[in-house]
Write a protein that binds this ligand. Structure first.
Ligand code: CA
Length: 224
């Protein structure tokens, strides 16, 4: 499980990450709303823990824009305020649950489990686009009755492309999200993995193809 933690109080953010890590949950942290929106829209997280009051952009706007972009990742809002309107605003904006700060560790973990369970059965097992289906558990990509297995990186690239069907995914986004922005990896690696994926998609006789948009990046398209 991969959770995005968005909280500008760094001590709290680090504490949350620490708690999740001890549970074997992978985390990524950001301290401002603008970066949070970019990351959230990638759609690659299993859940997002999101503070309301943030520099750059409020948590409410982050969740609203993320939903508008068609990303349904479960969002747990953190709020220091306790008035009913704040809670209602958060849920109206598209959050799935909220928690008032300060909170106890077991409560955080219980709510996170509930959130990922709620969507996990339906949304997290499979992603699809056109005639392609990506099994998020086994990393198998299939079209009709044909199936190929994707390597770890191929899987993550395909998952990003599938979760961004209406938008373009830039090479830089892929580098950051799939390779963690490692300086040893260049855009050539991204191109290589896209080329592996293209070969596998041809093997599957899929009508979906990965289109290169010069200077912009990649997008999945259905070729009739
Ligand atoms: Ca805050």
């Amino acid at each position: 499980m991969n959770v995005l933690v968005v909280e500008d109080e760094r001590n709290l953010a680090d504490a949350i990450c620490q708690i999740l890590k001890t549970e074997g949950i992978k985390t990524e942290v950001t301290y401002d709303g603008t970066t949070a929106l970019t990351l959230a829209k990638s759609g690659i997280y299993d859940a997002i823990i999101l503070d309301v009051m943030l520099p750059g952009m409020s948590g409410l706007d982050v969740v609203r824009e993320t939903r508008r972009a068609g990303v349904s990742t479960p969002v747990l809002m953190l709020t220091a305020r306790t008035t009913t309107t704040d809670k209602v605003d958060g849920l109206d904006a598209g959050a799935d649950d909220y928690m008032t700060k300060p909170f106890e560790t077991p409560e955080l973990l219980a709510r996170l489990r509930a959130l990922t369970r709620r969507t996990g059965d339906v949304l997290l097992e499979e992603a699809s686009y056109g005639d392609l289906k990506l099994d998020l558990t086994t990393h198998d990509l299939s079209c009709g009755d044909k199936t190929v297995h994707l390597s770890g990186k191929e899987f993550e690239v395909m998952r990003m492309l599938m979760s961004s069907t209406s938008r373009v995914v830039s090479k830089q986004d892929l580098l950051t999200r799939v390779w963690g922005g490692s300086s040893e990896v260049s855009e050539n690696s991204v191109e290589a993995y896209v080329s592996f994926l293209r070969k596998k998609m041809i093997h599957l006789h899929s009508k979906v193809q990965i289109t290169t948009l010069r200077m912009l990046g990649y997008r999945l398209e259905i070729i009739e």
